[in-house]
Design a protein around this ligand. Structure first.
Ligand SMILES: Cc1ncc(COP(=O)(O)O)c(C=O)c1O
Length: 375
C-alpha cells in the first residue's frame, strides 16, 4: 500500500541516534540541529530515557484512564516543581494539536462563548479548532472554516481590545515565540496588555507552549519572560523526547467536571514514564542553564557572519534570517555537511532547534559548515 503522499522528503534514512547525532543507513553521522521539529529535548537515546521507557514497557505499557495511574500525579508534581506553575492542574493528551484543541474547548466551556482571537503567522496544529486558529489558508478545510476565529497582527493591542469588548471571545491564543511562522515575538507591552484585556473581558488567555515550552526558550515557559498569567498553557513536543505526549496546564479558576475532556491514549503509563525521564533529566543535567549558555554563544558567533541579516528567537529556539530563500542552503547542509536544520513559513529563515544538551563545540561545527556553505 503506498503512503499518502503529504510530506516532501529529504533523501536521508536515519536508523539510529545518540545525543546530538543521528546515523543513516549508510553509516553517515549527522549533527541534529533541528531535533525533529523541536521534539528531541534531551537528545537521542539518552540513557535515562531508554532505561525508563524500557522498564515501563516491560512492566505495564498501557491502561485506560478509568483506573488509578500514579505516574500521572508524579509527572504533574515534577512539572509543577520545574515550571514554577503553582496551583495549575494538568490534563494529559498525545499531541500539540490535541492540547490546543482541548485548551480552546475548555475556554469555550468556561466562558460560554465561541470566538477565538489568534495572530498572523501563528501555528496551533491541524485539528478542528486548532487549525482554524492557524494563519495558513492552505491547511484549513471547509469543515474547519466554520469555527469563529479572528486573526490579528501581532502587537495590535487596539485590535485585541476592540474585538474582546464585543463580548463573544472565549480565548486569545498566542505563541510567545512563533515557531513554524518564523521566530517572531510580540513586545512585552503587547503580551502584558493582552493578558490584562483577557482578564477584564472574561476571555481565557492561552499560551501555546507546544514548541517554546520545556526550557527551550531559556526559561521553563516562554511566557515566563513576561509578567503574564495564562489561564491555559499547552505543551507537547519536548515533553516526551519523541514519545507522543501533550497536555494542558489549567488555572484553578477553571473547574473540572467528569467527562468534560477525555482521551484513550493521553497520560498512559508509557507516555508518563517518557515524560518523567525528560523532566528528571532537565533537572539533573541543569539543561536550562545549558540552554542559556549555549544560546549566548550562538548569538555571539552568529553576529560575526555578515550574510546573516537577523538573529531571531531566544534560548535554543533560534532563527537565522538571510536575504535569500534558504531551501538550497538547507539541502547543502544536509547532503554535503551532514547537518539537519529547519525551515519556516518565512522562506528566508533557517531554524535551529537542537536538543537542550547541545554543546558549544556543536555550535562551532555548525557555523564552520555554514560559513563554507555560504561562500
Ligand atoms: C506552536 C505549536 N502549536 C501546536 C503545534 C501542533 O503540534 P502537533 O504537531 O504535535 O499536533 C505545533 C507543531 O509544530 C506548534 O509548533
Amino acid at each position: 500500500m503506498p503512503l499518502f503522499n503529504v510530506y516532501p522528503l529529504y533523501d536521508v534514512t536515519p536508523v539510529s541516534g545518540k545525543g546530538i547525532h543521528v546515523y543513516d543507513d549508510k553509516g553517515d553521522e549527522y549533527l541534529d540541529l533541528y531535533g525533529g521539529h523541536a521534539v528531541m529535548s534531551i537528545g537521542h537515546a539518552h540513557p535515562n530515557y531508554v532505561q525508563a521507557v524500557t522498564k515501563q514497557v516491560a512492566t505495564l505499557g498501557f491502561y485506560s484512564n478509568a483506573i488509578q495511574n500514579p505516574l500521572q500525579k508524579q509527572l504533574a508534581d515534577k512539572l509543577e516543581t520545574l515550571s514554577g506553575c503553582k496551583d495549575y492542574e494538568l490534563f494529559l493528551c498525545s499531541s500539540g494539536a490535541e492540547a490546543n484543541e482541548n485548551a480552546l474547548k475548555l475556554a469555550s466551556f468556561k466562558t460560554g462563548k465561541k470566538r477565538v482571537i489568534a495572530f498572523s503567522n501563528g501555528f496551533h496544529g491541524r485539528t478542528s479548532a486548532a487549525v482554524a486558529a492557524t494563519d495558513n489558508k492552505n491547511i484549513i478545510a471547509p469543515i474547519n472554516a466554520q469555527q469563529a476565529v479572528t486573526i490579528l497582527p501581532l502587537n495590535d493591542v487596539e485590535g485585541v481590545k476592540t474585538e474582546l469588548e464585543k463580548g463573544d471571545v472565549c480565548a486569545v491564543i498566542v505563541e510567545f515565540i512563533q515557531g513554524v511562522g518564523g521566530l517572531d515575538q510580540a513586545t512585552a507591552d503587547f503580551f502584558e496588555q493582552v493578558d490584562a484585556l483577557c482578564k477584564a473581558n472574561n476571555t481565557m488567555f492561552i499560551a501555546d507552549e507546544v514548541q517554546s515550552g520545556y526550557a527551550r526558550s531559556g526559561k521553563f515557559f516562554a511566557f515566563q519572560h513576561y509578567n503574564v498569567t495564562p489561564d491555559i498553557i499547552s505543551i507537547a513536543k519536548g515533553m516526551g523526547n519523541g514519545f507522543p505526549i501533550g497536555g494542558i496546564l489549567i488555572h484553578p479558576s477553571i473547574e473540572s467536571k467528569f467527562g468534560m475532556l477525555g482521551t484513550t491514549f493521553g497520560g498512559n503509563h508509557l507516555a508518563c514514564a517518557a515524560g518523567l525521564a525528560v523532566l528528571n533529566t532537565i533537572e539533573e543535567e541543569n539543561l536550562m542553564a545549558n540552554v542559556n549558555q549555549v544560546s549566548d554563544y550562538f548569538f555571539e558567533v552568529a553576529k560575526t557572519i555578515p550574510q546573516i541579516k537577523n538573529i531571531k528567537g531566544r534560548g535554543l529556539m533560534l532563527g537565522l534570517e538571510f536575504d535569500f530563500e534558504v531551501g538550497d542552503l538547507r539541502k547543502d547542509l544536509i547532503y554535503n555537511y551532514k547537518m539537519f536544520t529547519g525551515g519556516a513559513m518565512n522562506k528566508k529563515l533557517l531554524r535551529i532547534l537542537p536538543p537542550l544538551n547541545v554543546e558549544k563545540k556543536h555550535i562551532d561545527l555548525f557555523f564552520d559548515a555554514l560559513k563554507k556553505a555560504l561562500n
